[in-house]
Design a protein around this ligand. Structure first.
Ligand code: 3EB
Length: 336
């Protein structure tokens, strides 16, 4: 059943790649994710590179929202949509694995309380992502704790997982932003890549839980495609080791492949090129010195004069495999 216009969710930030429908009627802020900065609380966040200041992205609805707290989660909800942030101390006993479990266990309780069972999108920020906790890389510990919380909540670890990113930050604590709704998003995989939930054991004792993209109905005839953090991975292997320009181009080929699959579900007449030109991209760069090179590759791929190239935001963060130098996530709104 489509989401009613009165319940529609919209997103605004200061660098839109496309004309989101009018702001009128969506006057209440449900949640904010600040790209390149924290909001009011102590949160982990990547740092801004370009533009050189944080870009807040606001998710807004029509009508009242209520604010809540549960465990380590703060959230706002209108019973149709929930946006929240979990913060969990990853330096106390149990380390990152226990923190990931707590963040997800609490956020699943919030979804149950609010009647919004379906995660649409997650942003995971992990301090010291390559550090070791008890001999295992902290990103791998995170995967263990996250998967345990999914399993305990009776949620599948494979097909149908939400879109996500998982980035390494210089500050903590573990911070997980989430957007959930009443209806499931449609998960989309990338034919060029092994699904992350099927990665072989060499990448850790437990595979990550996310889909390559998710297509969500925002209501009032608008849909959004959330493309997860996309790296220079073909099959399950990291490719173009040490070559940041080639890694960037491979990320973009992977995004094109996801767009190609999404196009079939959109039943839209948009060409791949037109869709690409409307992407709202967040580009995570491991080494600040690579910014100009990465930006040149992204700009030329998206089309120098496209809204997408103008709106792309570049942040400093660690990518979850030590050999990966760049990762790109994107969203695309259609209709309205
Ligand atoms: C990858 O393709 C890159 O653990 O939630 C991208 C998006 C990545 C999400 C996650 C990890 C996650 O494996 C890493």
């Amino acid at each position: 059943m489509p989401v009613a216009a009165a319940d529609a969710l919209r997103c605004w930030h200061d660098r839109p790649a496309l004309a989101w429908p009018t702001r009128a009627g969506h006057e209440t802020v449900l949640g904010v994710i600040c790209h390149g900065g924290a909001t009011d609380e102590a949160q982990a966040a990547p740092e801004p590179l370009w533009p050189p200041y944080p870009v807040p992205e606001r998710w807004q609805v029509h009508g009242p929202v209520r604010q809540g707290r549960l465990g380590c989660v703060r959230y706002r909800s209108n019973g149709v949509w929930v946006f929240g942030t979990a913060r969990a101390d990853d330096r106390s006993p149990g380390g990152m694995e226990a923190a990931a479990w707590r963040a997800y266990a609490d956020l699943f309780r919030v979804l149950e309380r609010e009647g919004c069972a379906h995660l649409q999108r997650l942003w995971n920020y992990l301090p010291d992502i390559h550090g070791l906790d008890d001999g295992l890389e902290r990103y791998r510990r995170f995967n263990l704790g996250r998967a345990r919380a999914f399993a305990e909540a009776g949620r599948g670890l494979g097909a149908g997982a939400p879109a996500a990113c998982a980035m390494g930050t210089r500050t903590g604590p573990l911070t997980v932003h989430f957007l959930a709704g009443r209806q499931p998003a449609r998960a989309i995989e990338n034919p060029r890549q092994v699904s992350a939930y099927h990665y072989p054991r060499r990448y850790g004792p437990c595979s990550p839980t996310f889909s390559r993209a998710a297509l969500a109905d925002l209501g009032g005839g608008v849909r959004v495609l959330f493309i997860s953090g996309t790296a220079s991975i073909v099959g399950h292997e990291s490719v173009h080791l040490g070559d940041v320009a080639a890694q960037t181009a491979e990320c973009l080929r992977n995004i094109d492949a996801v767009l190609g699959v999404a196009r079939e579900h959109l039943a839209s007449s948009w060409s791949l090129e037109a869709l690409r030109g409307r992407l709202e991209c967040t580009v995570y760069v491991r080494r600040p010195a690579d910014l100009d090179l990465v930006r040149a590759v992204v700009t030329s791929h998206l089309g120098a004069t496209s809204p997408a190239a103008q709106a792309a935001t570049y942040l400093r963060a660690d990518v979850c495999r030590a050999e990966l130098l760049v990762e790109i996530e994107a969203q695309l709104a259609l209709g309205g």
